[in-house]
Design a protein around this ligand. Structure first.
Ligand code: NOJ
Length: 457
Protein backbone atom coordinates (compact mmCIF):
# COMPACT_ATOMS: atom_id res chain seq x y z
CA UNK A 1 0.00 0.00 0.00
CA UNK A 2 1.34 3.45 -0.84
CA UNK A 3 2.51 5.56 2.02
CA UNK A 4 1.07 8.96 2.61
CA UNK A 5 3.78 11.58 2.97
CA UNK A 6 3.12 12.67 6.50
CA UNK A 7 4.34 16.16 7.17
CA UNK A 8 1.24 16.78 9.19
CA UNK A 9 1.85 16.82 12.90
CA UNK A 10 -1.31 18.48 14.13
CA UNK A 11 -3.85 16.75 16.29
CA UNK A 12 -7.45 17.77 16.73
CA UNK A 13 -6.75 18.84 20.31
CA UNK A 14 -4.19 21.39 19.08
CA UNK A 15 -7.20 23.48 18.04
CA UNK A 16 -8.53 23.59 21.60
CA UNK A 17 -11.06 21.54 23.55
CA UNK A 18 -14.10 23.54 22.49
CA UNK A 19 -13.25 23.54 18.77
CA UNK A 20 -16.14 22.01 16.82
CA UNK A 21 -15.30 19.26 14.29
CA UNK A 22 -17.93 18.04 11.90
CA UNK A 23 -19.16 17.19 8.44
CA UNK A 24 -21.59 19.20 6.28
CA UNK A 25 -24.33 18.05 3.93
CA UNK A 26 -27.48 19.40 2.27
CA UNK A 27 -30.95 17.88 1.84
CA UNK A 28 -31.26 17.82 -1.95
CA UNK A 29 -27.74 16.51 -2.37
CA UNK A 30 -28.21 13.43 -0.19
CA UNK A 31 -31.81 12.64 0.75
CA UNK A 32 -33.41 11.28 -2.41
CA UNK A 33 -37.03 10.23 -1.70
CA UNK A 34 -37.98 13.20 -3.84
CA UNK A 35 -41.72 12.49 -3.77
CA UNK A 36 -41.94 10.34 -0.66
CA UNK A 37 -45.08 10.79 1.42
CA UNK A 38 -46.31 14.34 0.91
CA UNK A 39 -43.06 15.97 -0.20
CA UNK A 40 -43.71 18.68 -2.76
CA UNK A 41 -41.29 19.35 -5.63
CA UNK A 42 -38.54 21.88 -5.10
CA UNK A 43 -36.92 24.07 -7.73
CA UNK A 44 -34.14 21.48 -7.98
CA UNK A 45 -36.64 18.70 -8.76
CA UNK A 46 -38.05 20.93 -11.46
CA UNK A 47 -34.70 22.15 -12.83
CA UNK A 48 -33.24 18.64 -13.06
CA UNK A 49 -36.33 17.38 -14.88
CA UNK A 50 -35.44 19.58 -17.85
CA UNK A 51 -32.92 18.31 -20.38
CA UNK A 52 -29.51 19.89 -20.53
CA UNK A 53 -29.51 21.56 -17.12
CA UNK A 54 -27.17 19.15 -15.37
CA UNK A 55 -24.29 16.85 -16.24
CA UNK A 56 -25.82 13.90 -18.12
CA UNK A 57 -29.23 15.13 -16.97
CA UNK A 58 -28.55 13.73 -13.52
CA UNK A 59 -30.88 14.55 -10.62
CA UNK A 60 -31.38 14.04 -6.90
CA UNK A 61 -34.38 11.71 -7.05
CA UNK A 62 -32.46 9.01 -5.22
CA UNK A 63 -29.14 10.75 -4.47
CA UNK A 64 -27.53 8.90 -1.53
CA UNK A 65 -30.88 7.67 -0.23
CA UNK A 66 -30.12 9.34 3.07
CA UNK A 67 -33.87 9.43 3.66
CA UNK A 68 -33.78 5.65 4.08
CA UNK A 69 -30.19 5.21 5.17
CA UNK A 70 -29.85 8.00 7.72
CA UNK A 71 -29.30 5.57 10.57
CA UNK A 72 -26.51 3.79 8.74
CA UNK A 73 -24.85 7.09 7.84
CA UNK A 74 -25.11 8.58 11.30
CA UNK A 75 -23.76 5.37 12.83
CA UNK A 76 -20.84 5.57 10.43
CA UNK A 77 -20.19 9.16 11.50
CA UNK A 78 -20.19 8.01 15.08
CA UNK A 79 -17.76 5.24 14.26
CA UNK A 80 -15.54 7.80 12.55
CA UNK A 81 -15.44 9.92 15.74
CA UNK A 82 -17.38 12.76 14.12
CA UNK A 83 -19.24 14.72 16.77
CA UNK A 84 -21.10 17.39 14.79
CA UNK A 85 -23.35 16.87 11.81
CA UNK A 86 -24.54 19.74 9.64
CA UNK A 87 -27.52 19.03 7.42
CA UNK A 88 -30.30 21.09 5.89
CA UNK A 89 -34.07 20.86 6.04
CA UNK A 90 -36.01 20.51 2.84
CA UNK A 91 -38.67 23.23 2.92
CA UNK A 92 -40.97 21.33 0.54
CA UNK A 93 -40.73 18.16 2.63
CA UNK A 94 -41.99 20.15 5.61
CA UNK A 95 -44.41 22.39 3.69
CA UNK A 96 -45.16 20.72 0.34
CA UNK A 97 -46.48 23.91 -1.23
CA UNK A 98 -44.12 26.22 0.62
CA UNK A 99 -46.94 27.87 2.56
CA UNK A 100 -50.03 26.66 4.36
CA UNK A 101 -50.27 23.00 5.20
CA UNK A 102 -47.52 21.21 7.05
CA UNK A 103 -46.52 17.62 6.39
CA UNK A 104 -46.45 15.63 9.60
CA UNK A 105 -44.39 12.98 7.77
CA UNK A 106 -41.81 15.60 6.87
CA UNK A 107 -41.57 16.82 10.45
CA UNK A 108 -41.38 13.21 11.64
CA UNK A 109 -38.45 12.46 9.33
CA UNK A 110 -36.36 15.32 10.68
CA UNK A 111 -37.37 14.45 14.24
CA UNK A 112 -36.03 10.96 13.65
CA UNK A 113 -32.77 12.27 12.20
CA UNK A 114 -32.29 14.71 15.08
CA UNK A 115 -33.18 12.15 17.74
CA UNK A 116 -30.90 9.56 16.20
CA UNK A 117 -28.01 12.05 16.13
CA UNK A 118 -28.52 12.82 19.79
CA UNK A 119 -28.79 9.13 20.65
CA UNK A 120 -25.45 8.54 18.89
CA UNK A 121 -23.79 11.47 20.63
CA UNK A 122 -23.73 13.75 17.57
CA UNK A 123 -24.77 17.38 17.78
CA UNK A 124 -27.08 18.48 14.95
CA UNK A 125 -26.31 21.74 13.10
CA UNK A 126 -29.27 22.68 10.97
CA UNK A 127 -29.33 24.86 7.85
CA UNK A 128 -32.79 26.22 7.12
CA UNK A 129 -32.27 26.94 3.45
CA UNK A 130 -29.78 25.12 1.24
CA UNK A 131 -31.12 26.10 -2.20
CA UNK A 132 -34.20 23.86 -2.58
CA UNK A 133 -37.04 26.36 -2.67
CA UNK A 134 -40.51 24.79 -2.97
CA UNK A 135 -41.44 24.88 -6.64
CA UNK A 136 -44.90 26.20 -5.75
CA UNK A 137 -43.23 29.36 -4.45
CA UNK A 138 -41.07 29.73 -7.56
CA UNK A 139 -44.28 29.80 -9.55
CA UNK A 140 -45.10 32.97 -7.63
CA UNK A 141 -41.69 34.49 -8.42
CA UNK A 142 -39.56 32.74 -5.80
CA UNK A 143 -36.78 34.89 -4.43
CA UNK A 144 -37.72 37.77 -6.74
CA UNK A 145 -41.04 38.22 -4.95
CA UNK A 146 -40.95 40.24 -1.75
CA UNK A 147 -43.66 37.97 -0.34
CA UNK A 148 -40.89 35.47 0.24
CA UNK A 149 -40.20 37.31 3.45
CA UNK A 150 -43.54 36.20 4.90
CA UNK A 151 -43.29 32.69 3.42
CA UNK A 152 -39.82 32.25 4.88
CA UNK A 153 -40.85 33.62 8.29
CA UNK A 154 -43.67 31.07 8.49
CA UNK A 155 -41.36 28.24 7.49
CA UNK A 156 -38.68 29.24 10.02
CA UNK A 157 -41.31 29.55 12.74
CA UNK A 158 -42.46 25.98 12.11
CA UNK A 159 -38.90 24.64 12.12
CA UNK A 160 -37.96 26.53 15.27
CA UNK A 161 -41.08 25.35 17.10
CA UNK A 162 -40.75 21.75 15.91
CA UNK A 163 -37.03 21.20 16.46
CA UNK A 164 -35.77 24.05 18.65
CA UNK A 165 -36.11 22.05 21.86
CA UNK A 166 -33.30 19.76 20.64
CA UNK A 167 -31.51 21.69 17.90
CA UNK A 168 -29.50 24.61 19.25
CA UNK A 169 -27.12 25.30 16.36
CA UNK A 170 -28.77 26.93 13.38
CA UNK A 171 -27.72 28.45 10.08
CA UNK A 172 -30.28 30.57 8.27
CA UNK A 173 -29.05 30.54 4.65
CA UNK A 174 -26.42 28.62 2.76
CA UNK A 175 -24.28 30.71 0.40
CA UNK A 176 -26.82 33.30 -0.73
CA UNK A 177 -24.34 34.63 -3.29
CA UNK A 178 -24.38 31.29 -5.06
CA UNK A 179 -28.11 30.67 -5.08
CA UNK A 180 -28.88 34.20 -6.25
CA UNK A 181 -25.91 34.48 -8.63
CA UNK A 182 -26.06 31.02 -10.22
CA UNK A 183 -29.85 30.65 -9.91
CA UNK A 184 -31.17 34.13 -10.69
CA UNK A 185 -28.40 35.84 -12.68
CA UNK A 186 -26.49 33.25 -14.69
CA UNK A 187 -29.30 30.70 -14.88
CA UNK A 188 -26.95 27.74 -14.39
CA UNK A 189 -28.59 26.58 -11.16
CA UNK A 190 -32.27 26.25 -10.26
CA UNK A 191 -34.53 27.96 -11.05
CA UNK A 192 -32.51 28.90 -14.13
CA UNK A 193 -33.45 32.59 -14.20
CA UNK A 194 -31.19 35.23 -15.66
CA UNK A 195 -30.38 38.89 -15.61
CA UNK A 196 -30.26 41.84 -13.26
CA UNK A 197 -34.02 42.15 -12.95
CA UNK A 198 -34.11 38.71 -11.33
CA UNK A 199 -30.81 38.95 -9.51
CA UNK A 200 -31.20 42.28 -7.73
CA UNK A 201 -34.57 41.65 -6.05
CA UNK A 202 -33.42 38.12 -5.12
CA UNK A 203 -30.34 39.49 -3.42
CA UNK A 204 -32.31 42.02 -1.42
CA UNK A 205 -34.98 39.55 -0.38
CA UNK A 206 -32.36 37.00 0.64
CA UNK A 207 -30.67 39.66 2.79
CA UNK A 208 -34.01 40.44 4.46
CA UNK A 209 -34.76 36.73 5.04
CA UNK A 210 -31.29 36.16 6.44
CA UNK A 211 -31.95 38.66 9.22
CA UNK A 212 -35.62 37.79 9.70
CA UNK A 213 -34.76 34.10 10.12
CA UNK A 214 -32.20 35.02 12.76
CA UNK A 215 -34.73 37.08 14.71
CA UNK A 216 -37.32 34.29 14.69
CA UNK A 217 -34.81 31.74 15.94
CA UNK A 218 -33.71 34.16 18.67
CA UNK A 219 -37.31 34.58 19.84
CA UNK A 220 -38.34 30.94 19.69
CA UNK A 221 -35.27 28.87 20.54
CA UNK A 222 -33.76 29.14 23.99
CA UNK A 223 -29.94 29.14 24.13
CA UNK A 224 -29.69 29.13 20.36
CA UNK A 225 -26.38 29.48 18.57
CA UNK A 226 -27.43 31.30 15.41
CA UNK A 227 -25.35 31.74 12.30
CA UNK A 228 -25.59 31.97 8.56
CA UNK A 229 -23.08 30.88 5.92
CA UNK A 230 -21.22 32.63 3.13
CA UNK A 231 -19.19 31.40 0.19
CA UNK A 232 -15.92 33.32 0.11
CA UNK A 233 -12.65 33.22 -1.80
CA UNK A 234 -9.52 35.27 -1.67
CA UNK A 235 -9.45 37.47 -4.78
CA UNK A 236 -6.11 38.36 -6.36
CA UNK A 237 -5.58 40.69 -9.33
CA UNK A 238 -4.33 38.71 -12.33
CA UNK A 239 -1.73 41.27 -13.29
CA UNK A 240 -0.23 43.88 -11.09
CA UNK A 241 -1.80 46.87 -12.78
CA UNK A 242 -4.39 49.42 -11.76
CA UNK A 243 -7.20 48.06 -13.94
CA UNK A 244 -6.84 44.51 -12.65
CA UNK A 245 -6.64 45.76 -9.08
CA UNK A 246 -9.89 47.64 -9.53
CA UNK A 247 -11.50 44.63 -11.21
CA UNK A 248 -10.40 42.49 -8.27
CA UNK A 249 -12.01 44.98 -5.86
CA UNK A 250 -15.30 44.75 -7.74
CA UNK A 251 -15.22 40.94 -7.83
CA UNK A 252 -14.39 40.92 -4.13
CA UNK A 253 -17.35 43.19 -3.33
CA UNK A 254 -19.66 40.91 -5.29
CA UNK A 255 -18.35 37.56 -4.07
CA UNK A 256 -17.31 38.35 -0.50
CA UNK A 257 -19.13 41.47 0.76
CA UNK A 258 -22.58 41.60 -0.77
CA UNK A 259 -24.43 39.61 1.89
CA UNK A 260 -22.48 40.11 5.07
CA UNK A 261 -22.20 43.88 4.99
CA UNK A 262 -25.93 44.71 5.00
CA UNK A 263 -26.38 42.25 7.87
CA UNK A 264 -23.80 44.20 9.86
CA UNK A 265 -25.53 47.52 9.15
CA UNK A 266 -22.95 48.60 6.57
CA UNK A 267 -25.31 48.58 3.60
CA UNK A 268 -24.57 47.20 0.13
CA UNK A 269 -21.16 47.84 -1.49
CA UNK A 270 -22.68 50.35 -3.94
CA UNK A 271 -19.61 52.55 -4.09
CA UNK A 272 -17.57 49.65 -5.53
CA UNK A 273 -20.29 48.25 -7.83
CA UNK A 274 -22.55 51.14 -8.88
CA UNK A 275 -25.00 48.92 -10.77
CA UNK A 276 -26.15 47.53 -7.43
CA UNK A 277 -27.86 50.89 -6.85
CA UNK A 278 -30.53 49.59 -9.19
CA UNK A 279 -31.67 47.58 -6.21
CA UNK A 280 -33.26 50.69 -4.73
CA UNK A 281 -36.70 50.23 -6.37
CA UNK A 282 -36.99 46.94 -4.47
CA UNK A 283 -36.27 48.56 -1.12
CA UNK A 284 -38.84 50.11 1.18
CA UNK A 285 -38.26 52.38 4.10
CA UNK A 286 -36.88 50.52 7.11
CA UNK A 287 -35.18 47.82 5.02
CA UNK A 288 -31.67 48.85 6.03
CA UNK A 289 -32.58 48.22 9.68
CA UNK A 290 -34.52 45.07 8.78
CA UNK A 291 -31.39 43.66 7.11
CA UNK A 292 -29.40 43.71 10.32
CA UNK A 293 -29.09 40.81 12.73
CA UNK A 294 -26.49 40.05 15.34
CA UNK A 295 -25.40 36.54 14.42
CA UNK A 296 -23.62 34.46 17.06
CA UNK A 297 -21.34 33.10 14.38
CA UNK A 298 -20.58 33.48 10.71
CA UNK A 299 -20.08 30.30 8.73
CA UNK A 300 -17.42 30.72 6.10
CA UNK A 301 -17.15 28.27 3.22
CA UNK A 302 -13.87 28.36 1.40
CA UNK A 303 -12.42 26.13 -1.28
CA UNK A 304 -10.15 28.19 -3.48
CA UNK A 305 -8.98 31.63 -4.51
CA UNK A 306 -9.80 33.49 -7.69
CA UNK A 307 -7.57 35.55 -9.94
CA UNK A 308 -9.42 38.34 -11.64
CA UNK A 309 -8.67 40.61 -14.56
CA UNK A 310 -10.31 43.65 -16.06
CA UNK A 311 -12.66 42.93 -18.96
CA UNK A 312 -14.78 45.28 -21.04
CA UNK A 313 -16.91 42.36 -22.15
CA UNK A 314 -18.39 41.40 -18.80
CA UNK A 315 -21.34 43.69 -18.23
CA UNK A 316 -21.85 45.61 -14.97
CA UNK A 317 -18.77 44.42 -13.17
CA UNK A 318 -16.14 44.51 -15.94
CA UNK A 319 -14.12 41.81 -14.27
CA UNK A 320 -13.42 38.27 -15.36
CA UNK A 321 -12.21 35.27 -13.39
CA UNK A 322 -9.19 33.67 -15.05
CA UNK A 323 -9.83 29.95 -14.88
CA UNK A 324 -7.39 27.98 -12.78
CA UNK A 325 -6.77 25.52 -15.64
CA UNK A 326 -5.44 28.41 -17.71
CA UNK A 327 -3.05 29.43 -14.97
CA UNK A 328 -1.13 26.15 -14.76
CA UNK A 329 -1.73 25.66 -11.05
CA UNK A 330 -2.78 22.62 -9.05
CA UNK A 331 -6.54 22.24 -9.34
CA UNK A 332 -9.37 20.04 -8.12
CA UNK A 333 -11.91 18.38 -10.39
CA UNK A 334 -14.04 21.52 -10.23
CA UNK A 335 -11.15 23.44 -11.79
CA UNK A 336 -10.66 25.25 -8.50
CA UNK A 337 -7.11 26.15 -7.61
CA UNK A 338 -5.74 24.38 -4.56
CA UNK A 339 -4.60 27.39 -2.58
CA UNK A 340 -4.59 26.78 1.18
CA UNK A 341 -3.65 30.35 2.25
CA UNK A 342 -7.06 31.45 0.96
CA UNK A 343 -8.78 29.96 4.02
CA UNK A 344 -6.32 31.73 6.33
CA UNK A 345 -6.91 35.04 4.58
CA UNK A 346 -10.68 34.61 4.69
CA UNK A 347 -10.61 33.89 8.42
CA UNK A 348 -8.64 37.10 8.93
CA UNK A 349 -10.89 39.01 6.60
CA UNK A 350 -14.12 38.09 8.40
CA UNK A 351 -12.46 38.70 11.76
CA UNK A 352 -11.82 42.21 10.49
CA UNK A 353 -15.51 43.11 10.74
CA UNK A 354 -16.09 44.42 14.27
CA UNK A 355 -19.63 42.96 14.26
CA UNK A 356 -18.50 39.38 13.65
CA UNK A 357 -18.48 37.58 16.98
CA UNK A 358 -17.33 34.13 15.93
CA UNK A 359 -16.16 32.41 12.76
CA UNK A 360 -16.71 28.76 11.97
CA UNK A 361 -15.57 27.03 8.80
CA UNK A 362 -18.89 25.44 7.82
CA UNK A 363 -17.50 23.95 4.58
CA UNK A 364 -14.12 23.07 3.13
CA UNK A 365 -13.19 20.10 0.98
CA UNK A 366 -12.29 18.97 -2.50
CA UNK A 367 -13.40 16.84 -5.44
CA UNK A 368 -10.87 14.58 -7.13
CA UNK A 369 -11.14 11.44 -9.22
CA UNK A 370 -11.44 8.58 -6.77
CA UNK A 371 -10.60 5.06 -7.80
CA UNK A 372 -11.49 1.89 -5.98
CA UNK A 373 -8.76 -0.71 -6.00
CA UNK A 374 -9.39 -3.95 -4.19
CA UNK A 375 -12.13 -2.32 -2.20
CA UNK A 376 -9.94 0.57 -1.08
CA UNK A 377 -10.23 4.21 -2.09
CA UNK A 378 -6.85 5.76 -1.59
CA UNK A 379 -7.58 9.48 -2.10
CA UNK A 380 -4.19 10.96 -1.45
CA UNK A 381 -4.98 14.31 -3.08
CA UNK A 382 -8.03 14.98 -0.91
CA UNK A 383 -6.09 13.98 2.15
CA UNK A 384 -3.26 16.39 1.34
CA UNK A 385 -5.78 19.12 0.52
CA UNK A 386 -7.55 18.78 3.86
CA UNK A 387 -4.29 18.69 5.79
CA UNK A 388 -2.92 21.74 3.98
CA UNK A 389 -6.09 23.77 4.59
CA UNK A 390 -6.24 22.69 8.22
CA UNK A 391 -2.68 23.87 8.75
CA UNK A 392 -3.79 27.30 7.58
CA UNK A 393 -6.79 27.27 9.91
CA UNK A 394 -4.46 26.41 12.75
CA UNK A 395 -2.05 29.15 11.75
CA UNK A 396 -4.87 31.71 11.85
CA UNK A 397 -5.98 30.46 15.25
CA UNK A 398 -2.43 30.55 16.63
CA UNK A 399 -2.13 34.15 15.52
CA UNK A 400 -5.19 34.95 17.61
CA UNK A 401 -7.92 35.17 14.95
CA UNK A 402 -11.29 33.79 15.99
CA UNK A 403 -12.08 30.44 14.41
CA UNK A 404 -14.06 27.98 16.45
CA UNK A 405 -14.91 25.05 14.23
CA UNK A 406 -14.34 23.20 10.99
CA UNK A 407 -16.79 21.10 8.97
CA UNK A 408 -15.59 19.01 6.04
CA UNK A 409 -17.61 19.19 2.85
CA UNK A 410 -18.76 16.46 2.77
CA UNK A 411 -19.55 13.15 4.42
CA UNK A 412 -20.56 10.92 1.50
CA UNK A 413 -20.11 11.60 -2.21
CA UNK A 414 -23.34 13.21 -3.38
CA UNK A 415 -25.21 15.19 -6.02
CA UNK A 416 -23.04 18.18 -6.88
CA UNK A 417 -25.80 20.35 -8.40
CA UNK A 418 -25.27 21.15 -12.10
CA UNK A 419 -22.19 18.90 -12.12
CA UNK A 420 -24.25 15.87 -11.11
CA UNK A 421 -22.49 12.93 -9.48
CA UNK A 422 -19.24 13.42 -11.35
CA UNK A 423 -17.30 15.42 -8.75
CA UNK A 424 -16.90 13.37 -5.60
CA UNK A 425 -16.31 15.43 -2.46
CA UNK A 426 -16.92 12.77 0.20
CA UNK A 427 -14.81 11.34 2.97
CA UNK A 428 -16.89 8.26 2.22
CA UNK A 429 -17.19 6.81 -1.27
CA UNK A 430 -20.65 5.95 -2.54
CA UNK A 431 -21.23 3.32 -5.18
CA UNK A 432 -24.38 4.81 -6.70
CA UNK A 433 -25.29 1.46 -8.31
CA UNK A 434 -25.93 -0.20 -4.98
CA UNK A 435 -25.59 2.64 -2.43
CA UNK A 436 -22.68 0.95 -0.74
CA UNK A 437 -20.47 3.19 1.41
CA UNK A 438 -16.67 2.78 1.54
CA UNK A 439 -14.64 4.99 3.86
CA UNK A 440 -11.86 6.61 1.81
CA UNK A 441 -8.33 7.06 3.12
CA UNK A 442 -9.16 10.72 3.82
CA UNK A 443 -12.08 9.54 5.96
CA UNK A 444 -9.89 7.06 7.83
CA UNK A 445 -7.32 9.75 8.41
CA UNK A 446 -9.94 12.30 9.58
CA UNK A 447 -11.38 9.81 12.00
CA UNK A 448 -7.95 8.99 13.44
CA UNK A 449 -7.10 12.69 13.62
CA UNK A 450 -10.27 13.33 15.63
CA UNK A 451 -9.37 10.53 18.02
CA UNK A 452 -5.80 11.91 18.35
CA UNK A 453 -4.44 8.72 16.86
CA UNK A 454 -1.92 8.12 14.16
CA UNK A 455 -2.75 5.42 11.63
CA UNK A 456 -1.14 3.64 8.77
CA UNK A 457 -3.29 4.03 5.71
C1 NOJ B 1 -21.00 24.88 -1.59
C2 NOJ B 1 -22.38 24.35 -1.33
O1 NOJ B 1 -22.89 24.80 -0.12
C3 NOJ B 1 -22.50 22.85 -1.47
O2 NOJ B 1 -23.84 22.56 -1.64
C4 NOJ B 1 -21.62 22.36 -2.58
O3 NOJ B 1 -21.82 21.03 -2.88
C5 NOJ B 1 -20.18 22.60 -2.19
N1 NOJ B 1 -19.96 24.00 -1.89
C6 NOJ B 1 -19.16 22.15 -3.23
O4 NOJ B 1 -19.35 22.83 -4.41
Amino acid sequence: MPNIPDHFNLKARDFGDSFVWGVSTAAYQIEGAHDMHDKGPSIWDEFTSKKGNTYKDQHGKEACEFYHKYQEDILLMKKMNIKHFRFSLSWSRIMPKGTGSISTKGIEFYNEVINFCLKCGLTPWVTLYHWDLPHALEEKGGWTNRDILGWFEDYVTICAKSFGDRVKNWMVLNEPMVFTGAGYFLGVHAPGKKGLRNFLPSVHHAVLCQAAGGRILRNLVSNANIGTTFSCSQITPYRNNRRDHMAADRADAMLNRLFIEPSLGMGYPWETIPVLKQMQPYMVSGDAERSVFEFDFIGIQNYTREKVKHSFFVPYIMARIVKASRRKVKTTLMDWEVYPPSIYNMIKRFNGYPGVKKVIITENGAAFVDKIEEGIVYDKERLSYLQAYLKQVHKAQREGWKVDGYFVWTFTDNFEWAEGYYPRFGLVYVDFENQQRIVKSSGKWFSAFLAYKKIDL
